[in-house]
Ligand binder design. Structure first.
Ligand SMILES: C[S@@+](CC[C@H](N)C(=O)[O-])C[C@H]1O[C@@H](n2cnc3c(N)ncnc32)[C@H](O)[C@@H]1O
Length: 432
């Protein structure tokens, strides 16, 4: 069977029954391909374009490794969908423990070579934890079954002085706070399993990445973070800098659900909550790592990353025009998948959906509040949840930033003080 993902073709062999397998299959003999992760691969192509063009990775060759490559489609999409002048600089390696994965990815690469030519693809069969240490890498992708923690230390050690690390995690029960023991064992943290748990999970994972980086005299900062149905993904800039690594503690702290007045005032004092009257208290606030919290208190999540979870320039580059021109294909009546016009249109929509709201959120990624509108309505005991778009409009009119967020529930992010959020909510409610 030939399949199209983004603008790249892949032959999914039917020699072995069940070769096209879903997330539950972990049999190392079989080659893993999960169409549900297509969005993650699309964002990876978009991110790579922006980062290379920004000059962050210098001007010469870029050594990238798709560390747990499975079908190798991520690496093949980089080589096929990026503009030729960027691809020419790419020296890409796919690594997997499963030799069938490497063999089949290389066959696909031969059969459907990158449309613009250029770039290099090498295969490496082996355990990523040792294979990756052979050389320094500018771009490392770690996309495991379950938790990325077993790979984190070696992945960080293998990075060039300036590099990008992209990691996924599918152990969502742990990172959303419902498997408490697994969360504590793997990530050394607690998470309140409320509606913000997905954001807290990303922040706990980011804290682990940043701590590991600091152990190796590096500083890690998130440039994109996404919770997408069954997985989380963090894309991080990692730079060698002892000075910045020494300041890591400032970026770590706690999230308190339903904070009391003292906690809110202390959070404001630390610059972690915008200054506001405390007549009504916010739903959540951050506190610094040095703050004395009771870790048995169910309101407390952390330790977690309390800085922004993305970079506004990077996120602003996720435009519909760009993703359509790089990662989609025009309908052709004669195509190897035997797809009709509608199939092409559905694939195009799926690709565009995978970047939805990332650009919108770019201007407010530093906003202190992520507000879920359903939660806001029940917190303030008002009848109906406001529309996030309406809230944004009103908050903008009041002179503060607000934007829709790329979060699995209706929500917006803002830098407005809490009393402005409450006033704006009241304006959305019908007169009594
Ligand atoms: C979730 S899949 C990767 C999916 C892939 N990145 C994609 O975008 O489709 C995980 C892969 O890791 C491989 N794997 C598991 N443990 C490994 C290890 N220690 N070293 C190298 N590969 C490993 C598995 O064979 C499997 O192909």
């Amino acid at each position: 069977m030939i399949h199209l993902e983004g603008a790249t073709l892949i032959q999914l062999s039917n020699e072995i029954e069940n070769d096209v397998i879903g997330p539950s299959t972990k049999d190392y003999e079989k080659v893993f391909y999960n169409p549900a992760m297509s969005g993650s691969r699309t964002r990876s192509v978009m991110l790579m374009k922006h980062i290379i063009e920004s000059g962050y990775l210098g001007k010469s060759e870029i050594y990238a490794i798709d560390g747990l490559a499975a079908s190798g489609l991520r690496a093949r999409r980089w080589l096929n969908e990026l503009p030729k002048k960027l691809v020419n600089r790419l020296r890409v390696t796919i690594c997997d423990m499963n030799e069938n994965s490497i063999e089949r990815a290389m066959e696909n690469h031969q059969k459907f070579p990158p449309k613009n030519g250029g770039g290099v693809l090498n295969g490496k069969q082996g355990d990523l934890r040792s294979a990756i240490l052979d050389q320094g890498w500018h771009w490392v992708d770690v996309d495991p079954f379950g938790s990325p923690m077993p790979f984190l230390d070696t992945a960080i050690q293998s990075l060039a002085k300036k590099a990008i690390l992209e990691i996924s995690a599918t152990d969502t029960a742990a990172l959303a706070g419902s498997s408490k023991t697994a969360l504590m064992r793997r990530y050394g943290a607690r998470i309140n399993p409320d509606n913000l748990a997905h954001d807290s999970g990303l922040r706990v994972l980011m804290a682990c990445v940043a701590r590991t980086a600091a152990k190796h005299d590096r500083f890690a900062e998130p440039i994109l973070s996404v919770w997408d149905s069954h997985h989380l993904r963090l894309s991080v800039k990692v730079r060698k800098s002892v000075e910045k690594a020494n300041q890591l503690e400032k970026m770590l702290g706690w999230r308190i659900a339903g904070p009391n007045k003292k906690e809110v005032m202390d959070s404001m004092q630390e610059g972690l909550t915008p200054t506001s009257s405390t007549e009504s208290l916010p739903m959540h606030c951050f506190l610094p790592l040095s703050y004395p919290v009771n870790r048995e208190d169910r309101r407390v999540s952390g330790p977690l990353w309390i800085g922004p979870l993305g970079d506004s320039k990077v996120m602003a580059s996720f435009t519909e025009e760009e993703v359509t021109s790089m990662c989609t294909t025009e309908y052709e009546p004669k195509n190897p998948m035997n797809w009709g016009e509608r199939d092409f249109e559905l694939e195009r929509r799926k690709i565009v959906r995978s970047i939805k709201n990332i650009r919108n959120e770019s201007e407010v990624v530093t906003g202190e509040f992520l507000i879920l509108t359903d939660d806001l309505a029940s917190w303030r005991n008002v009848g109906s949840p406001p529309s996030p778009v309406k809230m944004i409009e009103i908050i903008n009119e009041k002179g503060f930033k607000a934007g829709l967020s790329h979060y699995p529930k209706p929500s917006f992010r803002t830098n407005a003080p809490w009393d402005v959020i409450v006033e704006s909510l009241d304006l959305t409610q019908p007169p009594m």
